[in-house]
Ligand binder design. Structure first.
Ligand code: TNX
Length: 503
């Protein structure tokens, strides 16, 4: 909102009009992008930017002042300065300082960034300082040079939503631990903080469960088509969680139940009802045909309990995702309620797909909305909050453009281009916890293809989740994002060359 006020002030000043103090409604977003914001090439757009007319010229030595206890922001700043060839020297002509302050306006994730004679970032938390460093990083060029020139400015920046997510389906096609780490680094540049891993589905089970080794030796051995499959050991997942935390990213594990479970059934046939004859691995792309046998509570609930206990031991996240999508079974609600109890007993909260709104789940649960017009009112009535992933805006398995090969069209025939993603307006929903863009992988089998589906659209997702709706303007976003091309290149992202960005 504050950026809007600033924009409005600049536009009105440029037009020579008065301040319009009697105006009852906030002004419409400006048609022509105002200079202040487009000169500050930061995505997502900060809440408030005050730009001075001068630049600060910087040499390669700085007095870098940090507090070693702020581990993530410290490491991020060190990586930034090292990459730019800026080294610490207490006698250097300027300071780069990360400072913890008490300022309730900044909340848990906000920060301020001042570039005048010195560069000073303040925040209440390590997370806030980390995001300040990410903004600073975007203002610097992506590669080193002998001297730098930054705009003098003052930014105050606080996110709209606390859940700013990306989802990767590693079940249909497996993606390596290295790829997930790269994705986490890329998310961090855009202040995304939640990586939802869809760890099991009909085509593969990807998380080692010590009590049920076949889940990965059998269930993880394939994927869609002739995919080689794969899985993550618990040691690898612990490493990934730590890597993510170092980038202010929390991993939300999803073990999808009670449907989407053919890989588990192929691993342990007793999980299916006794009359089920299809007990093998599945490498197609159909959905909605498999289920844990809900009429065998003595078999399936010990399974769910044991699996979720191992999941909780590896992933420290506040929420554990239990799936719960695309299944038609008279005992479905009972299953979701029992799953909710199991997760609560592990001292965690549950998140499930929207269909779980039919069950009597606890009000501290979250539901992930994926059909644009799903009637979720019964959940809202119970004060259950939402993670918004409406497929016609945020399903990144859909095309970057109409007719893109190897993309889905079931939710939106013309695909989900960058502009479409950006134009998603979350303010029409209530009880919004956050925004998340899923990339399902039935049709995404290589890292190059994953990069192409995820980028640059994930940058738009980040802005929806971080920046107030009233401050967002697509044309102006394009200018800022286009300027970050070198940053995406430095991260070796094989993005889709969106024509509107002129890349
Ligand atoms: C629907 S969205 C699914 C997934 C598919 C996806 C493909 C949801 C909860 N279920 O199983 O992969 O469509 O776009």
């Amino acid at each position: 909102m504050r950026a809007l006020i600033l924009l409005a002030t600049i536009v009105l000043a440029a037009c020579g009009s008065s301040s319009g103090s009697n105006e009852p409604n906030p002004p419409e977003p400006p048609v022509n992008p105002p200079p202040a914001v487009t000169q500050v090439k930061i995505v997502p757009l900060p809440s408030s930017v005050e730009l001075q007319n001068e630049n600060l010229t910087l040499g390669l030595s700085a007095n870098i002042l940090v507090d070693a206890t702020n581990t993530t922001s410290n490491a991020a700043l060190q990586k930034l300065t090292t990459g730019l060839g800026i080294s610490h020297n207490a006698a250097a002509p300027y300071r780069i300082e990360l400072q913890r302050v008490t300022d309730a306006n900044l909340g848990d994730e906000g920060y301020s960034l001042t570039i005048e004679r010195d560069i000073i970032i303040t925040a209440q938390t390590d997370a806030g300082l980390f995001y300040g460093v990410q903004s600073l990083r975007q203002l610097f060029p992506a590669t080193a040079s002998d001297t730098y020139s930054l705009p003098q400015l003052h930014i105050t920046d606080v996110p709209q939503y606390t859940w700013r997510g990306s989802m990767i389906d590693v079940a249909r096609n497996f993606f390596s631990l290295d790829y997930l780490k790269k994705h986490i680094e890329r998310m961090a540049l855009f202040k995304l903080n939640t990586l939802h891993l869809h760890l099991s589905d009909d085509q593969g089970w990807r998380m080692e469960i010590e009590a049920y080794p076949n889940l990965t030796t059998i269930g993880g051995s394939g994927g869609v088509g002739d995919s080689e499959g794969g899985f993550y050991t618990q040691a690898e997942l612990i490493e990934l969680v730590a890597f993510a935390a170092q980038h202010q990213v929390e991993i939300i594990p999803e073990l999808d139940m009670p449907g989407h479970t053919q890989a588990a059934i192929a691993s342990y046939n007793e999980l299916a009802c006794d009359d089920v004859t299809n007990l093998g691995l599945y490498n197609g792309t159909a959905v909605g045909f498999s289920a844990l046998c809900l009429a065998k509570p003595d078999v399936i609930y010990p399974f769910v309990e044991t699996v979720m206990a191992e999941v909780a031991a590896i992933f420290p996240s506040e929420y554990l995702h239990i799936g719960g999508d695309e299944i038609d079974d008279p005992l479905y609600e009972e299953f979701m309620e029992k799953a909710n109890e199991i997760i609560t007993a592990l001292d965690r909260k549950m998140i499930g797909w929207e269909e779980a709104s039919s069950a009597d789940i606890s009000s501290d649960s979250l539901l992930q909305l994926w059909n644009d017009n799903y009637d979720i009112q019964s959940a809202l009535d119970r004060n259950i909050h939402l993670v918004l992933s409406p497929c016609s805006y945020l399903y990144l398995d859909h095309g970057n453009y109409n007719g893109q090969p190897e993309t889905y069209t079931w939710c939106r025939a013309q695909g989900v281009p960058l502009e479409r993603v950006y134009r998603f307006d979350p303010t029409g929903f209530s009880l919004v916890k956050g925004i998340e863009a899923p990339m399902w992988s039935e049709l995404v089998s290589t890292e190059a293809a994953a990069d192409n589906r995820l980028w640059p659209r994930t940058a738009a997702v980040a802005e929806i989740a971080w920046t107030a709706q009233a401050d967002r303007d697509y044309d102006e976003f394009l200018i800022r994002l286009a300027a970050l091309k070198n940053h995406l290149d430095a991260l070796e992202i094989q993005y889709y060359e969106e024509p509107q960005l002129g890349w």
